[in-house]
Ligand binder design. Structure first.
Ligand code: PAF
Length: 286
């Protein structure tokens, strides 16, 4: 596995990996099975997996957890080596934004609602760093988890609007055995909070079962999620959005995904599940 810390090292190393074989997995480190599933998806598609680890300051607000965000470089590199990754790019902030960032990418509309409303500037930071990484890596495909559904839809829109020559490949949410979606921030939950956290996925699953049984009223589906949350979770939003473009389906739902966010202690939890007619509800097929 090649390790690059500078842009010039990256450019040189990428010279040995044909563009059409580059399957890019951008991460902020603190890797878990969710990230590794993206690497596996790239390898299964026949790509060489190329990964970045960069805790992007542009996507954290002034009151967010940039300083506290877990950094586990040694463990991350061991996991990626074991997973069969070809190349890892691990730049410093100065390497990524040498003169400070003065140019930004903004995807209007999609950036401002739900997660965007809770975290002003977050998606501008995500879009900007991904644009830079896409330019540097020139991958054929970028692998992203459905867990960050709004991010997936926003990056698809950016790639289409700005004609980046890559395909965004969304991959299934990876869960703990009890249903909690994997997240680097789960490590901040204490034992009691960890038990309570599962109510988020339980609520979503309830809504998915109701949809599979014919419930189409959006308000009813959303209420099922809210009502399932344990008292220690403060609900931030529940919504239904279409998977293709994150559009709002209106009062009657015809599919898409149901998503929710809640605050538990200081930890921001997000999750979503596909609304499908077949029971088995909530499990990502792709
Ligand atoms: O999903 C993430 O980990 C980040 O938002 C990403 C895509 C690596 C950009 O910093």
């Amino acid at each position: 596995m090649i390790l690059c810390r500078t842009v010039s090292e990256l450019r040189e190393a990428l010279g040995g990996i044909p563009r059409e074989e580059r399957g890019f997995v951008p991460t902020m480190g603190a890797l878990h099975r969710g990230h590794l599933s993206l690497v596996e998806a790239a390898l299964a598609r026949g790509d060489q997996a190329v990964v970045s680890i960069f805790v992007n300051p542009l996507q954290f607000g002034p009151n967010e957890d940039l300083d506290r965000y877990p950094r586990t470089e040694k463990e991350d590199l061991a996991l990626l080596r074991e997973a069969g990754v070809a190349l890892v790019f691990l730049p410093s902030v100065e390497e990524m934004f040498p003169q400070g960032a003065r140019s930004f990418v903004e995807v209007e509309g999609l950036s401002e609602e739900l997660e965007g409303a809770l975290r002003p500037g977050h998606f501008r930071g995500v879009a900007t760093v991904c644009a830079r990484l896409f330019h540097l890596f020139e991958p054929a495909r970028g692998y992203f988890g459905w867990k960050d559904m709004q991010q997936v839809c926003l990056l698809k829109k950016m790639v289409s609007d700005l004609a980046f020559p890559l395909e965004i490949v969304p991959c299934p949410v990876v869960r703990e055995e009890d249903g909690l979606a994997l997240s680097s921030r789960n490590r901040f939950l204490d034992a009691e909070q960890r038990v309570a956290a599962v109510s988020l996925s339980q609520g979503l699953r309830r809504a998915c079962f109701a949809f599979a049984q014919g419930e189409r009223r959006r308000a009813v589906l959303e209420t099922l999620v809210r009502d399932a949350l344990s008292p220690s979770l403060r609900c931030q939003y529940v919504a239904v959005r279409r998977s293709e473009d994150f559009s709002d389906p209106g009062e009657r739902v015809d599919g898409g995904r149901i998503l929710a966010a809640a605050l538990l202690g200081g930890v921001h939890l997000i999750d979503n599940m596909p609304l499908e007619e077949a029971p088995g509800a909530g499990i990502d097929a792709s």
